[in-house]
Design a protein around this ligand. Structure first.
Ligand SMILES: Cc1cc2nc3c(=O)[nH]c(=O)nc-3n(C[C@H](O)[C@H](O)[C@H](O)COP(=O)(O)OP(=O)(O)OC[C@H]3O[C@@H](n4cnc5c(N)ncnc54)[C@H](O)[C@@H]3O)c2cc1C
Length: 580
């Protein structure tokens, strides 16, 4: 076991992690641990854009952006955090531009902006052009730009290091424990400040836009160390995933004028959202699609999808603004988007919930107190700026604004704090977990349990939920957790043992799926991405609060989920009915 010492350790090298690293490296001795090479992080898959009220192409201001964010989040957003995000959005985009990001431009040479779901002018009056973009490769450009700037600032990366545990001593952050993929060695990183920026959890679903690596490792590590997870029942289903595959076709396609159609060719969103139409929030569009399918107006022999129609847009526009996603349609479906509509269905996309933080990125251990030295930012965190439903383009924004803030705050803390003594035998827990899997003679397979988990989540905890389906999901997940105890892996070796790590990642997904479904079962209302057919309206009296879920461990080692709730911060906007 090797022991390293850094002032600040950042877990994850996606957009949030690298934005944090650029700040903290300039202020404190920083290491970035990442299970992927930085430029392979999921941020690089983001397509459509990053919103900021630059007002480059039409009138706009950050207050309208804040309103849309709060309304889009169905009023579960902490409004102080949303104000900060929307205000700082403008500098966040300009910072990226200065770092060298090649944004798409207007004829006058300014950063171009396009429409995106839920973003409106003057409090919902009409769609507004707010999303800054680089064709449909915005995330790719952000990730590359941040990486280049990390290289410039000499950020120290530990690539293919999987963080599997967090060390807390006497209530304070002491460091993390990581597994090195190349050697199978365990490394302890003692640190004054730790920033989790390890991304989302989408692989608990079958049809998902998320990369295979999005297994919620950071959330699971925090949960097992007794920290709460906030609002995990709110998971976003993006309306336009490629049918059956889930690969994302950006909302930018509808921002450019794309239209959703049912089997009769009808533009059905006109019925569900008369003002915003195809650019209503994602939760609204995803439910509308399933409503069409349920009403027998779905397309194809099985009537199980609808169409994204781009055929009325000039081919030059598609080539210039949406080159990647039109190529996806050709590659994965053999469809020519110039002439044919693209079969789509909602796809599991984004975790609104995560590790609770305040606006400085400090992690909360309960409703009020922080864990000194511990920070989180990006999709792993819940600030909460997305509330019950995130608006498109607000995540690339979130990772830049709060990644930066967490990096600055962590380095400032490390500047004055002392190292906390490592607990005795700091790598023991990870070593035991790894040994148990290597030595297991069990009969269960990782692939089979993962498949059953994903199928149950897709069937029972997706766009539409009821008490009955959620009870089924809780029972399924708990049974799968039981079977997971008996899981075995084929590869017993030390080097590049991805078999072992997939097993660990599955364990993380199971724990997080349990939190999601238990939290969802208790939330007897419909809000944002969480829609209960048995409780179809929003209940502000009982549920205008954040869920805080804790994992409790019994004397026999078995675990259960305890739920608590936390008030929502409201500043300016009183909850209203959401009309589109
Ligand atoms: C297909 C797709 C398109 C999207 N398009 C948009 C868009 O247009 N606009 C928008 O705003 N949002 C978009 N999103 C959402 C947005 O891209 C993500 O929410 C955001 O990029 C997440 O950034 P992150 O830095 O938090 O995590 P990620 O970019 O996922 O990075 C996570 C990092 O953590 C590391 N990591 C994970 N686990 C461990 C571990 N155990 N140990 C060490 N390191 C670990 C990984 O190696 C990786 O470097 C899209 C998402 C998808 C999937």
């Amino acid at each position: 076991m090797q022991i390293h010492q850094y002032d600040t350790v950042i877990v994850g090298a996606g957009g949030a992690g690298m934005r944090a690293a650029i700040e903290s490296t300039q202020r404190s001795r920083t290491a970035v641990l990442t299970k992927l090479y930085p430029t392979r992080s999921h941020t690089g898959a983001a397509q459509g854009g990053m919103c900021a009220a630059l007002a480059n192409v039409e009138e706009d201001n950050w207050e309208w952006h804040t309103f849309d964010t709060v309304k889009g989040g169905d009023y579960l957003v902490d409004q102080d955090a949303a104000e900060i995000m929307c205000k700082e959005a403008i500098d966040a985009v300009l910072d990226l531009e200065k770092m060298g990001l090649p944004f798409s431009r207007t004829d006058q040479g300014r950063i171009d902006q396009r429409r995106f779901g839920g973003h409106s002018r003057n409090h919902g009056e009409a769609p507004v052009r707010r999303s800054c973009y680089a064709a449909d490769r915005t995330g790719h450009m952000i990730l590359q730009t941040l990486f280049q700037n990390c290289v410039k600032h000499g950020v120290e990366f530990f690539n293919e290091f999987y963080v599997l545990d967090l060390l807390i001593n006497d209530g304070k952050t002491a460091g993390v424990v990581a597994y090195e993929l190349a050697t199978g060695e365990i490394h302890v990183f003692q640190a004054k400040a730790v920033v989790f920026a390890s991304g989302g959890t989408g692989k608990m679903f079958k049809v998902t836009s998320n990369a295979h690596t999005l297994t919620g490792d950071g959330q699971a590590v925090a949960l097992r160390r007794g920290l709460p997870l906030e609002d995990m029942e709110f998971f976003q289903f993006h309306p336009t995933g490629i049918w059956r595959m889930g690969i994302l076709l950006t909302e930018g396609a509808r921002g450019e004028g794309g239209i959703l159609r049912n089997k009769d060719g009808e533009r059905f969103m006109e019925r569900y959202a008369p003002v915003m139409k195809d650019l209503a929030s994602r939760d609204v569009c995803s439910r509308a699609i399933y409503s069409e399918i349920r009403a027998g107006r779905g397309c194809g022999p099985e009537g199980d999808h609808v169409y994204l129609d781009l055929t009325h847009l000039p081919p030059e526009q598609l080539d210039a603004k949406l080159p990647d996603i039109t190529e996806f349609a050709r590659t994965y479906l053999g469809i020519e988007p110039y002439t044919d509509p693209i079969p789509i269905q909602p796809t599991a996309h984004y975790a609104m919930g995560g590790i609770p933080t305040n606006v400085e990125g400090e992690v909360l251990k309960n409703n009020t107190d922080i864990v000194p030295g511990l920070y989180a930012a990006g999709e792993v965190a819940c600030v909460s700026v997305h509330g019950a439903n995130r608006l498109g383009t607000n995540s690339l924004l979130d990772i830049n604004v709060f990644g930066r803030r967490a990096g600055i705050a962590a380095a400032a803390y490390a500047d004055t704090a002392e190292f906390v003594e490592l607990p005795a035998d700091p790598g023991a827990k990870v070593q035991a977990m790894v040994d148990l899997l290597r030595e297991s003679t069990g009969t269960e397979s990782v692939a089979q349990i993962r498949k059953e988990l994903q199928e149950s989540m897709d069937t029972n905890a997706s766009v539409y939920r009821t008490g009955k389906t959620l009870e089924q999901a809780v029972a399924d997940v708990q049974a799968l957790k039981e079977r997971y105890q008996n899981v075995a892996i084929q590869d017993k070796g030390m080097r590049y043992n991805t078999d072992l790590l997939e097993a660990i990642e599955l364990g993380n997904l199971l724990d997080l799926a349990e939190v999601l479904v238990v939290s969802a079962l208790a939330r007897e209302e419909s809000r944002g991405g969480h829609y209960r057919e048995d409780f179809p309206t929003r209940d502000d009296v009982k549920f205008m609060q954040h869920t805080m879920a804790y994992q409790e461990v019994a004397a026999d080692g078995s675990t259960s989920i305890r739920l608590d709730y936390k008030p929502v911060v409201q500043t300016r906007y009183q909850p209203m009915e959401r009309k589109y």
